[in-house]
Design a protein around this ligand. Sequence first.
Ligand code: BG6
Length: 491
Amino acid sequence: MSFSKGFLWGTSISAAQAEGGWDEGGKSPVQVDYANVGSASSSGRQLIYKKEDGLKGTLTGAYAMFPHLPDNGQYASFDDVYYSNRKASDFYHHYKEDIALMAEMGFTTFNTTISWARIFPNGVKGGINQDGVEFYRDVFTELRKYNIDPVITLYKYDEPVYFEQTYGGWTNRTMIDEFLEFAKVCFSEYKDLVNKWMTFNEINVLLLFKNLPHTSEEAQIRFQELHNQLVASARAVQLAHQINPQNKVGCMIAGTCTYPLTPDPVDVMDNYKYFQDIFCYSTDTMIRGRYPSFAKRLWEEEGVKLEIEEQDFIDLENGTVEFLGFSYYMSQCRTTHTDGVASQGNIFTGFENPYLKKSEWGWQIDPLGLKYFMHYIYDRYSIPLLIIENGLGAIDKVEEDGSIHDDYRIDYLRSHIQAMKEAVEEGVNLMGYTTWGGIDLVSASTGQIEKRYGMIYVDANDKGEGTYKRLRKDSFYWYKKCIQSNGEDLD
Ligand code: BG6
């Protein structure tokens, strides 16, 4: 047997992409509640705001995901825009049914996030929203009823608008204190229900701007935001252990598996440097407790001068994580030569690999890359890994009898589970595996629900039309069999 007894099997979703109920139960809006649906042919969606003259202004790409509205821009709703995160998969009203379906598949874990805007809609000053606290207590109690041991993430792509309006967002160190209060409520209220936590989802995506033309002011903002989040995370780790010594806390990083496109040593060096900058800058800091030696080179290259307080160094040192959670969807190539073909991806872009096939959204499918990446990072850190996101976004067709034959998704999952199994057999310590978006949800990069990742179909389209009824796809039955056999039966 390759996977240990107690190996965690499940799926991962997020509050902003699945819950909906954007203005219910006392929740305040989050930035992504103002983003539209991108067209199926392009990956981008826009964050739409009101300009000083009352007209629409838009932010795209990285700027839409972690927005700072230009001067006097306001968060406002326009009647002709459909805001897909506001209802999302309506998990807020369907969670009992969804959890029952997860239990039917035999899940032993489930990852979701807690919406900060449900717990503190208007920051610490505004007080705790008890309805929000009770909502998550109900969700976690429901999970425990079925012996599902949750792994909960505190923050994922859903900054409450209040914080940007009041403090200007994560560049302001007040956010560290606000986050700590939020973390304290979560660790205390759910002490008896949750003991596996992750602080920030894909914390390294703040470096996304590096793929785009940018100024040193932009770099300064993003590196400072990342620093403040790294410190907030390290303090939260310490707090989690004080509140419950049984708590295990991990980091969560966007897995960036890249290969040099050519054997040119310049490409090989460039590729390694990319791994250092985009992945290890965050993981080294969270796992080893200090910025890596190459950080100085990176700050100099970007013209960044970080504001770091003495206490930050102590907190980073004392707040190291116990496991490394990461997402993996694809690999990409990097090259310094001009003959590469640009590849598609949700977060980081690169070049196409001629040996790989692509998904409908142009994401390159590379199961062996998962195995390679697991070895690569386990060799570096030697702490347990947790694959927290992996899956295939595709258009599904519902047959007349309600069945959904998503063999492409089964193929994707099978090949990736097979690859991770080999890595485990070869010595990698892997705690568990959660697919991404086991219940269809809103895509982060396009805003579409029709780009589906689920094993559970949600009857809704990109205009928000539909019954939101849940249906079992073929992959539902396949994953159930896989879990029942602890990953042995992948047929
Ligand atoms: C991950 C994000 O990197 O990619 C998820 O953490 C996201 O939030 C997932 O949904 C898949 O990307 P997309 O753009 O297809 O939703």
